[in-house]
Write a protein that binds this ligand. Sequence first.
Ligand code: HEM
Length: 537
Amino acid sequence: MADVSFDKAIDTVTEFQNGTVNPTLTDGGSGVASILSVLKSLSYWKISITFLCILIVWDQLSYQTKKGTCVGPRWKWYPIIGPFLESLDPKFEEYKAKWYSGELSCVSIFHKFVVIASTRDLTRKIMQSPKYVKPCVVDVAVKILRPNNWVFLDGKDHVDYRKSLNGLFTKQALEQYLPGMEVIMDKYIEKFVQLSKDNKYKPQVFFHEMREILCALSLSSFCGDYITEDQVRKIADDYYLVTAALELVNFPIILPYTKTWYGKRTADAAMKIFEECAQMAKDHIAAGGKPICVMDAWAKLMHDAKNKNDSDSKLYHREFTNKEMSEAVFTFLFASQDASSSLACWLFQIVADRPDVLAKIREEQLSVRNGDVNMNVTLPLIEKMDYTTMCIKESLRYRPPVLMVPYVVKQKFPVRDDYSAPKGTMLIPTLYPALHDPEVYENPEEFIPERWVEGSKASEAKKNWLVFGCGPHVCLGQTYVMMTFCALLGKFALFTDFKHSVTPLSEKIKVFATIFPKDDLLLTFKKRDPLTGKVYE
Ligand code: HEM
């Protein structure tokens, strides 16, 4: 019997689909008939609107459930999409308003639920909880940096790989890269002066030049002489395509001639060059050569490990392939390029706007060299540059290049006693508020290098120093950054007279992956005699 009614129902549905059913004739007014009757009366647009309404209600309910005690809009005012349009053009002031709205605040964009943590302690807690979170990357990053790249490793695999990379950024390793970097600095001193001269010493935008010099410095320290000047120029020129491709909001499929396509093409071309460099470094070290760049240092560590059995050497017992080395070096460039360019722009602007600070830097630079201005920059020399170091630290505090670091929740995470972030939440610890905490940094909106003297409140407050993050993913390049910028600022202060043109937008912050002055930095450079201070045109 049951089979008969089932067959009948099937027939009825078929008739309904064909539009030939008469619901009143079926099964003596049974449930099926009445459902079919309702369905029949619905047009496609009614079905669509019902579906949309269900979706909106579900989206709002899901937002309410996840929101819990976080501060955030009562409802998603723009259903489904949330503040998607604002996220396409992020504004510093909007971020700031969000951070100061509550220690945990939230938004929901499409199905993505985002929680922002804006106190020092919550930021530290998140960054130091690898059991619950891992760095969150936009989908397209996996395609651009390639899925097997070490940066996507998690947990123990990440810790182990990271240990082998730490060896490339120790002080002893970094010292080997300095001579090559100094050559680049000298070249760019000439170049910047010439650019200003060609422009009749009228202020001009230096945002792009700052990105270029930082790219050239990174590539010199990563690849030494194995990379040609043309290759450096090409990567420096094209690199912004990678930054543009990795915006937080992007189309997940790489279509030809879109931003992501150009970004991937640029990354692939750079990685191909790095692969060739890796082989040249291995050959150089095998032939008994001295390491002068990251690739060499890596090849040397592998080479030496063959005859040693201590725990450090064991990390290099396996052969890292050229492809693997090239992908890792690309992540160094990727991690360094935007953040370092941001620091360069703010540092030059800030120091140029404060002649007393610049005068002190110059005095220190002459004094550490004992008046020998042609002395090469070495690590011991840099270690004596206390005031210059304080200026760089203060610039990093005052205008931290990285404002926030997105993580993703792997399993329900009790972030605060009264709030647990559900699995899949994008959890974003912020760095800026901790670095502008008035309890630790008096007058936080002022640039005061002296606040960093040894033993001061600021220098003792290690927990607030979040410029480079903390926990297992803490920045690999932090010592490199301090070393590079001491050398760079010191040399430019001695050998050039740089002036900044202040505009109403100079102190305003533009967000482009990291942060930059909104007017793109208007500078002029003139040649300067480091001993007499005489300026040449
Ligand atoms: C001013 C310049 C820089 C700033 C402000 C900066 C800041 C940061 C921050 C905030 C993180 C995330 C840390 C975390 O999640 O806890 C990070 C990660 C990282 N940085 Fe930097 N960085 C800078 C330059 C560099 C340079 C020059 C390099 C390489 C030479 C580098 C390599 C890395 C790498 C590889 C990571 C990921 C580490 C991991 O996942 O284990 N960074 N950086």
